[in-house]
Design a protein. Structure first.
Lengths: 249, 61, 233
């Protein structure tokens, strides 16, 4: 039962504000460390791939961005669900906080995928299964953010974008499956060869560290934007006065 | 650092420099942009909240 | 689920049937408006030969795409105003306080919309298909999958229309929301037509599309009902 008190405590804005504030520096510095180490390990230390030579190093930014864009959307949808069902405003704030960083990751995935594709396939764009489903995911993010800003009333914006996020997250596996199916029909296997899991350790470890680094970065952004959302939503609450005038940042 | 004969060779990335460096740069740039925008958002929200509290006065405790 | 005092309690299905009947009758009172999506379908599908090539052999190869993109865009036309009129005159509020399950009412509206906008597209499909050199043997499959696809679109569109109710630039936003979600429908539907043209068995994608339709019709009325409630608060 103690877990549920923790959950409900998180729903209280002052509590969430403080916790986010306390954890954010850890996430931020952790992210920086991981990304620096991961990039060093991937760009400097790791040996070149025997097929793709040094071009494969793009994976160190492309793969984490791909994974994070997907997990961010899922987190957004979970937060939206919690906000709708338990009527926790914090959850809606968290969903709003996650959207921009998730969309950014989707964009990075597409752009780096294109740059990776040029030397590998010879074209700047290829209707590869992964890139195509990332593109559709970016559209889903943009639609979510557009719906949010289209409603002037905050509560309506929160709740309708929450419904959209839930409908979207159910569609994500369907979209992935249908795009992979479509792609496999019309082309041979165009999977980028460098991301087969049997990578040697000097290649794999920096990649995993990059995944961790991007994840920590996402959590840092979530904490920071969530605090901003709380400040905007709780404008006249008394706890704000004590919190802010007490010299907290 | 043992596999690169020189700094120049590392920069050249086996001939793929035109693809690797923009990718890494774009990724880092996006992360930095996200960081800057998130901090700016927080700072503005903080300003607005403080201003609002100043207007309301310290009377309604 | 209670009705007002003194009123005769209405069953869920009877209420849904009443909504369906009302929507269809209202639509038939304006036959001009009813046929706009079909005319749009015909015009859009004409754009492709004009911009690409009059060669029938080439057109036949891309006809699944032309048919489906045309049907998608035509379906989007009638969707924005799906709830607006009822929102403005208070009928939507009556739905919510009536005690009838809102999702069932919305499903009735989705079916009515499909009957009035989607079915005419299905009926027009052989005509458009023939103009794109689709062999007559493929007409059956084409009509079937277009029927399923437009049904899904009515569902998705209802959810989108409810979400964008009362917001700015609703029609563009609606397309932005609905089209990415409609892409799997497009993929399976176009593939079915393609296989039918080649004379190959179409069971796989047709069954997948049917499964998608069932999923869509179970999920979207709930989503649209939630969205209607949200916009009425």
């Amino acid at each position: 039962m103690a877990t549920w008190t923790w959950f409900h405590q998180l729903g209280s804005p002052p509590h969430a504000y403080r916790i986010a504030g306390r954890f954010a520096p850890w996430f931020g510095w952790g992210a920086l460390l991981c990304i620096v180490y991961g990039l060093f390990g991937g760009l400097v230390l790791a040996p070149p791939d025997y097929q793709q030579k040094d071009a494969f190093r793009i994976i160190y930014v492309h793969a984490p961005a791909a994974w994070l864009s997907l997990s961010c959307y899922t987190a957004m949808a979970v937060a939206a669900f919690v906000g709708l069902v338990w009527r926790m405003k914090i959850a809606h704030a968290a969903a709003a906080a996650l959207a921009p960083v998730g969309a950014s990751f989707a964009f990075v995935c597409l752009a780096t995928g294109s740059l990776w594709g040029r030397p590998m396939w010879g074209t700047w764009w290829e209707w590869d299964a992964r890139l195509t489903s990332q593109l559709i995911l970016l559209f889903l993010y943009l639609g979510y953010m557009a719906l949010r800003s289209a409603h002037d009333d905050l509560q309506r914006a929160d709740r309708s974008s929450a419904v959209l996020a839930i409908v979207g997250v159910v569609n994500v596996p369907i979209i992935h499956y249908s795009v992979y199916w479509w792609n496999s029909l019309h082309q041979g296997a165009t999977v980028m060869k460098a991301d087969r899991p049997s990578m040697p350790a000097e290649m794999l470890v920096p990649l995993l560290v990059m995944f961790l680094g991007f994840t920590l970065f996402q959590w840092w952004v979530l904490c920071t934007r969530l605090r901003a959302e709380i400040l905007d939503r709780e404008r006249n609450a008394r706890w704000l006065q004590t919190e802010l005038l007490d010299g907290a940042r | 650092m043992n596999q690169w004969a020189s700094f120049g060779e590392w920069l050249a990335m086996g001939g793929y420099a035109a693809y690797v460096w923009p990718s890494v740069g774009l990724a880092i740039g996006t992360l930095v942009a996200n960081m800057v925008m998130a901090r700016r958002r927080h700072a503005k929200a903080l300003q607005r909240a403080l201003r609002r509290m100043a207007i309301d006065g310290n009377g309604d405790a | 689920m209670k009705a007002g005092d003194g009123a005769v309690p209405t069953g869920m299905l009877a209420a849904a049937a009443a909504t369906f009947r009302r929507d269809v009758v209202l639509a038939f009172r304006r036959p001009g408006q009813m046929f706009q999506p079909v005319v749009f379908f015909l015009i859009v599908t004409t754009l492709f030969p004009l911009s690409l090539s009059p060669q029938l052999s080439q057109l036949r190869d891309i006809s699944p795409g032309i048919l489906w993109v045309g049907a998608l865009l035509s379906s989007l036309l009638a969707l924005e105003s799906l709830f607006r009129a009822d929102m403005e005159d208070g009928t939507l509020e009556q739905w919510v306080i009536s005690g009838q399950p809102l999702a069932v009412q919305v499903l009735a509206r989705i079916l009515a919309h499909w009957t009035v906008s989607g079915l005419p597209l299905v009926a027009a499909a052989p005509l458009v298909g023939a103009s794109l050199a689709v062999p007559a043997t493929a007409f059956g499959t084409t009509m079937l999958v277009l029927g399923l696809g437009t049904l899904c679109l009515s569902g998705l569109g209802a959810a989108g229309a409810a979400l964008t109710l009362g917001s700015r630039r609703a029609s563009v936003l609606l397309s932005l929301l609905v089209l990415p979600l409609a892409m799997p429908i497009l993929i399976f539907g176009a593939r079915s037509v393609d296989l039918a043209i080649l004379g190959e068995p179409t069971r796989g994608p047709v069954l997948l599309l049917s499964a998608l339709t069932i999923l869509t019709l179970s999920l979207t009325p709930w989503a649209a009902a939630s969205a209607v409630r949200i916009s009425l608060e």
